[in-house]
Design a protein around this ligand. Structure first.
Ligand code: FE
Ligand code: FE
Ligand code: ZN
Length: 295
C-alpha cells in the first residue's frame, strides 16, 4: 500500500523537510504545495537541498514517482480572466515539479463563475493546451470536485469532456477525492459500481492519485468539508474498502484530513490515521490519542 498525506514544503527546508515530516507519520509517499496553497508566491527550487532529498528518498525506499504536488487552488482555468497569468504560473509550477523530480501534479479544474459548464470546460482545455507541450515530463491529475458553487469536474463525464478537448491527452490523468465524490453524489458504499462507471467513462488506467478523506456532509450536498478517517459520513469501512481495493493497488493514496485543534494549537492526525488504516480497525480514541501525543 502506498499511503501518505499532505505535508508542508517550506522555503528553508524544501523537499528534505517534507520527507522528514512524512517519515514522522510512517508514510511511504506524500503530497505538498510548492508554496502557500492560497497564493501564487513561489520561491525558486533549492537544487542542493533537492539532491540531498533524492538520496534520502532512496535510503528510505520511497519511490519518487509516487510523490504528488498540488497546484494552488486559486488558479482558476475555467475563468478566462487572468488567462495569461494562469498559463505562465502553471508552466512555472511544472518546471518546479520537474526540478524536484515530481511526476504527478494535482489540479482543480476550476469554477465557471456563472459562464456555464460548457464554457468553463472550453476555457480549462484551452489553458491546458497552452500549458502542455511534448516535453512536459509529468502528469496533470485533474481532481474530482464536490460541485461547490460553480465548480467544474464534479462528474466523470465533465472530466472526460475536458480530457477529450486536450491535444496531449496522455499527459492528463485523474485524482479521485473521496470526500469530493461523496459530496458530488457518488455512493462510496458501492465503490465497485462507482469504479465501473469511472472505468467506462474515463478508464481506470488514468487514475493516478486518490485523496482519502472522510466527509462532514451527507452524500450529494456539494459542500467539500473534509473529516478525519472514520469520523464522517463515508465511514471507516467504506474508506478501508477503497484504500485496499485491488484495482487501486499501486496508486498513491493521500490523506488531507483536518488537523485536530486543542488549546489554541492544532496537530496533524496522519500518524494515527495511518496506524488505524494499517490495522484496518477504527481508533475510537483517535482525537485523544493525537492530542496526547503532540501536546
Ligand atoms: Fe484538491
Ligand atoms: Fe483533495
Ligand atoms: Zn476538498
Amino acid at each position: 500500500m502506498i499511503i501518505g498525506e499532505n505535508v508542508s514544503f517550506k522555503k528553508d527546508t524544501g523537499l528534505l523537510g517534507a520527507i522528514k515530516e512524512a517519515l514522522s507519520y510512517n508514510s511511504n509517499t506524500f503530497m505538498f504545495y510548492t508554496g502557500a496553497p492560497q497564493n501564487t508566491n513561489r520561491s525558486p527550487i533549492d537544487l542542493e537541498n533537492t539532491k540531498l532529498a533524492h538520496k534520502m528518498l532512496e535510503e528510505n525506499n520511497i519511490d519518487i514517482n509516487n510523490l504528488v504536488v498540488h497546484a494552488p487552488y486559486i488558479i482558476n482555468l475555467a475563468n478566462p480572466k487572468n488567462f495569461d497569468f494562469n498559463v505562465s504560473f502553471l508552466k512555472q509550477e511544472i518546471k518546479r515539479c520537474e526540478e524536484l523530480g515530481i511526476k504527478r501534479l494535482v489540479l482543480h479544474p476550476g469554477s465557471h463563475v456563472g459562464l456555464g459548464t460548457i464554457e468553463g470546460i472550453n476555457n480549462i482545455a484551452a489553458a491546458l493546451n497552452k500549458v502542455l507541450d511534448s516535453n512536459t515530463n509529468l502528469y496533470i491529475c485533474l481532481e474530482t470536485m464536490a460541485g461547490k458553487g460553480s465548480e467544474v469536474g464534479s462528474s466523470f463525464e465533465e472530466l472526460k469532456t475536458i480530457i477529450d478537448k486536450v491535444e496531449l491527452k496522455d499527459k492528463i490523468k485523474i485524482c479521485m477525492d473521496t470526500c469530493h465524490m461523496n459530496d458530488a453524489g457518488y455512493d462510496l458504499s458501492n465503490f465497485d459500481k462507482v469504479l465501473e462507471e469511472f472505468d467506462n467513462i474515463i478508464g481506470i488506467n488514468n487514475l493516478y492519485v486518490v485523496h482519502i478523506n472522510d466527509s462532514k456532509n451527507l452524500i450529494g450536498t456539494h459542500k467539500d468539508r473534509h473529516e478525519n478517517i472514520g469520523y464522517g459520513t463515508i465511514g471507516f469501512d467504506n474508506l478501508i474498502n477503497i484504500i485496499y481495493h485491488k484495482k487501486l493497488d499501486g496508486i498513491p493514496k493521500i490523506l488531507e484530513t483536518p488537523y485536530v485543534s486543542f488549546d489554541k494549537n492544532s496537530y496533524p492526525p496522519y500518524k494515527f490515521e495511518i496506524e488505524e488504516i494499517e490495522a484496518k480497525k477504527l481508533n475510537e480514541n483517535l482525537i485523544e490519542d493525537i492530542i496526547n501525543f503532540y501536546k
